[in-house]
Design a protein around this ligand. Structure first.
Ligand code: FAD
Ligand code: SF4
Length: 410
């Protein structure tokens, strides 16, 4: 069934004054207009579902319009760095001089959030802890203490309903908020930002790709790790290996090229297979790793608000300029049919290929472009095959330009 204005108006008996207040939040999972493409961003758990048709990243791709609104300009497709990484004032590599124990990387995100709170820039921080029973089950919160922020450190590599907190923000009466989140959450948040009635919203984003449901995560861990039950966190690293960190602190490395692609093809959420906002285009500041040397984090400052956040932790950071070397094109082109056909190399060959490509392969920003190209070509094919009617509207012009560099199978 399609979800249209009249459905919504009938269902929620809306008027033109603060219409979302008349809408009813839906029980978690009961109704998702984006259906199987829903990334569980949480908007539909609140009465802001009233705006879902315009706000949902999977129903209405509007990155260029929102870039113009929040950064003052849309990305220039002739500038390679903007084409790939979005509107920005600067990029840099950084790491905390004293890393936060247990953070995903060095904890720059958590450190910024703590400073925002303690220096009085905001009254609350939207972030995501895990449930007491399960370290990978997300539990979004509106944090008001640094202890709560620090308890949200480390990735929950699962779809997380961060925007389910929106009603709580309104009830709390807070006017200055920091939201931490991934691209699909942030697109929906930006689309309803004006309705929140805040004095100031700061948005601190991370890149995101290949997210999974909790069940999907279990399958990924069981298919890929030797000890799935002891994994604390994992990351697809710049050395072309997945690094699993276990409870005892040991690191298990599995080469990308040795992943059991044939078994993992349906593990990633359909929302992530149709996502083209890897770099979180609408956040004020983005903190990831893929454009930085191994062990460093990669920061993209999109606007003055992003710079204001970065300034708060500047003295806590070692920094260096971003760099780039190698050429990704051949590796990406070869990976397209290999992924498509679910080719899995024997482990010895995968390890060897990993070693070679790490020595001569793309590094720094070129690695980030490698990862973006690989995912955009895969996702473009997925949309073309499964949702051909969405292709033109859903794939942003920058992604179409990136994909057009490669030969794709039918
Ligand atoms: P920490 O200080 O450990 O803080 C992590 C923050 O992330 C916390 O505030 C928490 O609220 C938030 N968070 C955790 N899980 C989620 C979630 N599921 N949804 C929304 N917010 C969440 N970076 C890249 O450069 N390339 C990638 O391919 C990439 N993939 C990612 C995939 C996922 C699913 C996620 C969540 C992040 C990804 N990142 C990626 C970002 C990267 O892994 C780190 O999160 C980032 O560098 C921040 O590290 P930190 O040590 O500063 O974060
Ligand atoms: Fe609603 Fe978010 Fe799912 Fe879209 S992605 S249907 S806005 S919960």
């Amino acid at each position: 069934m399609r979800y249209n204005d009249s459905d919504l108006k009938t269902q929620f008996n809306m008027t033109s004054i603060a219409p979302h207040h008349k809408a009813k939040a839906l029980k978690s999972g009961s109704r998702r207009p984006a259906k199987e493409l829903c990334s569980e961003c949480g908007l539909c758990d609140t009465y802001y579902i009233h705006y879902v048709k315009e706000a949902c990243a999977f129903l209405n791709q509007q990155i260029a319009e929102l870039e113009a609104e929040f950064h003052g300009l849309s990305r220039n497709l002739e500038d390679e760095n903007q084409l790939y990484f979005g509107v920005h004032q600067k990029m840099l590599a950084a790491r905390k001089k004293q890393p936060i124990e247990g953070a995903q990387w060095t904890g720059i995100v958590s450190a910024i959030a703590c400073e925002m709170l303690t220096q009085g820039k905001v009254e609350g921080v939207v972030c995501v802890q895990n449930t007491p029973e399960d370290r990978f089950q997300p539990q979004p919160i509106l944090a008001t203490t640094t202890a709560e922020i620090l308890a949200a450190r480390v990735n929950k590599p699962t779809l997380s309903p961060n925007l389910s907190i929106l009603e709580q923000i309104e009830r709390s009466g807070m006017r200055r908020i920091l939201a931490i989140g991934v691209g699909c959450q942030i697109q929906a948040l930006r689309a309803v930002e004006k309705q929140l009635g805040l004095e100031k919203l700061y948005v601190l984003g991370t890149p995101c790709v290949d997210n999974v449901t909790r069940e999907g995560l279990q399958k990924f861990l069981e298919t890929t790790s030797k000890s799935p039950e002891t994994v604390v966190h994992y990351e697809f690293m710049q050395d072309f290996q997945v690094h699993f960190k276990h409870i005892d602190g040991s690191i298990e490395k599995v080469p990308f090229f040795g992943l059991k692609t044939n078994q993992l093809k349906d593990v990633f959420a359909p929302s992530c297979m149709t996502c083209f906002d890897y770099v979180n285009s609408l956040a004020d500041l983005v903190v990831g790793y893929m454009g930085a040397p191994f062990g460093w984090q990669w920061l993209v400052v999109r606007n003055d608000t992003g710079q204001e956040m970065l300034d708060l932790v500047w003295s806590q950071l070692d920094t260096q300029p971003v760099s780039s070397s190698g050429n990704r094109h051949q590796a990406v082109q070869q990976s397209i049919p290999a992924y498509d056909q679910g080719v899995t190399l024997p482990m010895w060959a995968a390890k060897l290929m990993g070693v070679v490509i790490e020595k001569i392969g793309p590094k720094g920003l070129e690695y980030a472009r490698f990862s973006i190209d690989s995912h955009f070509t895969r996702n473009y094919l997925y949309v073309k095959r499964n949702y051909p009617e969405k292709l033109a509207q859903h794939v942003p012009p920058y992604a179409q330009k990136i994909v057009s560099q490669y030969r794709l199978p039918e």
